[in-house]
Design a protein around this ligand. Structure first.
Ligand SMILES: Nc1ncnc2c1ncn2[C@@H]1O[C@H](COP(=O)(O)OP(=O)(O)O)[C@@H](O)[C@H]1O
Ligand SMILES: O=P(O)(O)OC[C@H]1O[C@](O)(COP(=O)(O)O)[C@@H](O)[C@@H]1O
Length: 313
């Protein structure tokens, strides 16, 4: 079985809550759904681990509030390659309004010094070569520039590592130049990269083809409740998951999709099977506050209702 690691440079605790409507400038009472050790790569690892894939996790964690992360890694049997740095891992606040969407308040966390980064580059380049797929997920912490990031990704690529990249803004733009093997921007991230709004599937495909022209083998654009589309050199496949009637929190949907995609690769699924499975895992994610698949059987009814359309290939 292919060996998988995930890297989270900017880990986070997610404080997840729900209320009817946020009244700006007022006191809002929020139903607490939980405070979870998270961050994109950690979420991906959690889902993969629940699905029976062994995963190692790396990146940075603030030493001051590392406890819940260490407990999670121990409980799940995740191989801990995180570098501890001075300070606290950030807390991100995620509020689901029952009458609207999720509002994310993503804070700044620890700051990475030049010495921290140099140490990380050296150790991660050594351990990443032991893995077949390395998923690099999330934003950059303070102190790590998009240029540092792109340089490190290029080194991973030169070392023969298949990189899955799921990031946003400047990190995504810089990272896309460093030959990732698979990228999964969402609709909005693709718009930011291409520099204009994308108002139809054809426009989304045209923008994704511009990414393809940069030599990226697998481009998956996720479009929230509208599903996803996957372009390879020879094919375009679209997936529409069933509409989730009771959305608890969309936090972690993208991470669950990345985990589902990696699961398909690890298990030699076809492209259509992989996208259907990833769609089911991500659609399941929106029905819960936390990230993970507690019981694999819960995916079956969703998977049976994912609609796959081959547009090309
Ligand atoms: N309301 C929903 N109902 C069913 N599936 C959903 C819903 N929202 C998201 N998904 C699934 O999760 C995937 C990722 O969601 P998206 O919001 O695009 O990602 P991100 O979290 O990266 O912004 C979608 O492609 C879809 O398969
Ligand atoms: O690193 P970023 O881009 O700030 O994102 C971090 C946030 O993304 C999440 O991993 C959720 O991501 P998705 O909703 O895209 O799956 C949260 O757990 C975390 O707070």
């Amino acid at each position: 079985m292919a060996k998988v690691a995930t890297i989270t440079l900017n880990a986070a605790y997610d404080l997840v809550g729900r209320l009817k409507r946020i009244e700006l400038g007022e006191v809002n009472t929020v139903e607490t759904l939980g405070l979870f050790p998270a961050g994109k790569g950690i979420n991906v690892a959690k889902v993969l681990n629940d699905l029976g894939v062994e995963v190692a996790v790396g990146g940075f964690l603030g030493i001051d509030n590392v406890g819940d992360f260490e407990r999670l890694f121990q409980q799940q049997g995740l191989e801990d390659k995180f570098q501890r740095v001075a300070g606290k891992t950030r807390i991100n606040v995620k509020i689901t309004e029952t009458e609207a969407d999720v509002t994310d308040l993503n804070f700044l966390g620890y700051e990475i010094s030049a010495e921290d980064w140099a140490k990380f580059v050296k150790t991660s380049l050594a351990y990443c070569q032991q893995f077949d797929i390395v998923a690099v997920c999330g934003s950059l912490p303070r102190g790590v520039t998009p240029e540092h990031f792109a340089e490190w990704l290029s080194q991973l690529h030169s070392a023969g590592v298949k990189v899955v990249l799921d990031s946003s803004n400047a990190a995504l733009t810089a990272g896309l130049k460093a030959n990732p093997w698979l990228v999964k921007p969402n609709h909005r991230e693709l718009e930011a990269w291409v520099g204009h709004s994308l108002n139809s599937l054809d426009e989304i495909i045209a923008a994704a083809q511009k990414l393809q022209a940069q030599g990226i083998a697998n481009i998956i654009i996720s479009m929230g409740a509208n599903g996803s589309i996957w372009l390879t050199e020879n094919s375009i496949v679209q997936a529409q998951p069933p509409k989730c009637e009771n959305v608890v929190s969309t936090v972690g949907a993208g991470d669950s999709m990345v985990a589902g995609l990696i699961y398909g690769f690890v298990n030699d699924y076809s492209q259509a099977e992989t996208l259907a499975f990833a769609s089911a895992v991500s659609a399941f994610a929106v029905s819960q506050s936390n990230v993970g698949v507690s019981d694999r059987k819960l995916l079956d009814p969703i998977l049976a209702n994912v609609k796959i359309t081959t547009i090309k290939g």
